[in-house]
Design a protein around this ligand. Structure first.
Ligand SMILES: [Mn+2]
Length: 487
């Protein structure tokens, strides 16, 4: 598109998406100059004003306001003990087989504090350090001719400053001496652990390796978990995060509407997956927030069904738990729709029961309530609906103990989780709900004996007087879905 501009002197032919995700500078090569530093630092001075504007439009992501990361660092510092040092490393690029690797995904805590989406990045915060320039240092990977040939551009120091709002940017090679200098000035060292309750602990992360090395080098320091204050902070969303979450949700909505028009008896679950991915990526998402679950008929009853290799048959419903990421934030949607575009009476009954539970849960998901109390109350609502559907017996329900075993036969998972940079976003154990938190609401009823599973999932932000439904524009009711499928 840039090439169509009549006076264009340069071609945009090298886009480092990692840069584009974070900051406003486009990197040009080929047309302007071969000098890399020159490209990165001064391209803006070489370009006419109209071009600078169009370069912004051609970014994958909208720029994230660096003040968001400045605020996050300030908030974290307020929660540290005196005389502390924080060190957080980037995630590894995870290997697969032979020389294969997974796509890089930044450590979300590091991203939350710096906005830098690049491997081998390290953050040091040392608010009580003797020298002012030592109090916040960001280390980024220095590029080389070899890296440029194989991987494309890496952040310059200036770009790292633009992304993070940090002044002192060093190459990663300079980390060791700086860390020693600052460790010797500090009493408490805050390090990174993954403290999500259900987290897999199979893989030893870069941060985990650093803990071992750090404790070997400095056995007499006091060690603290930076996850504790970060869970508390990340649980409440900044307006900048709400903007990116809503954008991820809007992209997900576009995918859902595309699928509603495409779906008909005989299509493969994988074809629906492809329709979503096409819509997400063309809308500037990097793709799915998580592996999509697209289960028709009885497949909907397998909660983490990921095969997506069955045919959607006439008369079945198809459950789609799919979300787009945008700028590292995640949408999380589930919709269950009839393959042929018309709900049968039974499908409508089950669907509307789930919908009532979702709205009922939304009413009680309010500040002050704890997740465990919330889940208990949702199960009460669900029990009434399951009795209404004839799935459980009212008399037996009365007699059962508090375990609600009968309900759990048809609804065996939690109703809500926090949502943000992580799809199951971090939070301190059983922390009460509060204004500014973003949560999913996703009740479901699964009836394998009827080859039917229905889950409906919206994302909401807890507001002062009421929750903000971030899915307000989605087709949700039976009528809305049938109308959208008839288009
Ligand atoms: Mn979810």
């Amino acid at each position: 598109m840039i090439k169509e501009r009549p006076n264009c002197q340069v071609e945009l032919n090298t886009l480092d998406l990692k840069v584009f995700r974070s900051i406003n500078i486009a990197i040009f090569s080929g047309g302007v100059t071969k000098d890399k530093e020159m490209n990165q630092v001064s391209c803006s001075t070489l370009l006419p004003d109209w071009f600078k504007t169009s370069a912004l439009i051609h970014m994958r992501y909208e720029a994230i306001d660096p003040q968001f990361f400045v605020r996050n660092r300030e908030r974290l510092l307020q929660n540290l003990k005196p005389n502390s040092l924080v060190v957080i490393h980037a995630n590894d690029i995870f290997p697969t087989n032979a020389d294969g690797t997974m796509t890089f995904r930044q450590n979300n805590d590091l991203f939350y504090l710096t906005g830098v989406d690049q491997e081998e990045t390290v953050l040091i915060l040392s608010p009580d350090a003797a020298l002012e320039e030592d109090r916040a240092i960001l280390f980024v990977r220095e590029t080389s001719e070899q890296i440029a040939i194989w991987e494309g551009d890496k952040l310059s120091k200036e770009q790292a400053t633009e992304a993070s709002g940090m002044k002192n940017i060093q190459w990663t090679d300079a980390f060791e001496p700086a860390f020693r200098r600052l460790a010797l000035q500090a009493e408490n060292i805050y390090l990174h652990t993954n403290e999500y309750v259900a987290a897999s602990q199979i893989v030893e992360t870069r941060n985990r390796r650093f803990i071992s090395r750090c404790q070997e080098l400095y056995p007499l320091h006091n060690y603290e978990r930076v996850a504790v204050p970060l869970q508390q902070l990340r649980m409440v969303k900044d307006p900048e995060e709400i903007k990116f979450l809503q954008k991820a949700i809007d992209i997900t909505e576009a995918g859902f509407r595309r699928v509603l028009k495409f779906l008909k008896p005989g299509v493969g679950e994988w074809e629906l997956e492809a329709e979503y991915l096409h819509e997400f990526v063309r809308s500037k998402s990097r793709g799915f927030s998580y592996s999509p679950i697209i289960g028709s008929g009885k497949n909907a009853c397998a909660l983490h069904y990921l095969d997506n290799d069955d045919i959607c048959e006439d008369g079945e419903m198809v459950l789609m738990d799919v979300g787009a990421e945008y700028g590292n934030w995640n949408a999380d949607m589930t919709r269950t729709v009839p393959v042929n575009g018309k709900f049968s009476p039974r499908q409508k009954d089950v669907y509307e029961a789930v919908l009532r539970v979702m709205w009922g849960a939304n009413d009680i998901l309010r500040p002050g309530l704890t997740p465990s109390e919330y889940q208990k109350q949702v199960l009460e609502i669900m029990e009434k609906e399951l009795i209404g559907l004839g799935l459980i017996d009212a008399e037996e329900a009365k007699k059962q103990d508090k375990s609600k075993k009968l309900v759990k036969k048809y609804f065996m998972h939690g109703t809500s989780h926090h949502l943000g940079l992580d799809v199951h976003d971090v939070f301190p154990a059983n922390a009460p709900y509060a204004v500014g938190q973003v949560l999913t609401i996703e009740p479901g009823i699964y009836i394998p004996e009827e080859d039917l599973g229905v889950r409906i999932e919206n994302d909401v932000m807890i507001g002062e007087a009421d929750n903000v439904n971030m899915f307000a524009n989605f087709p949700t009711t039976v009528e809305e879905i049938e109308a959208a499928m008839a288009e």
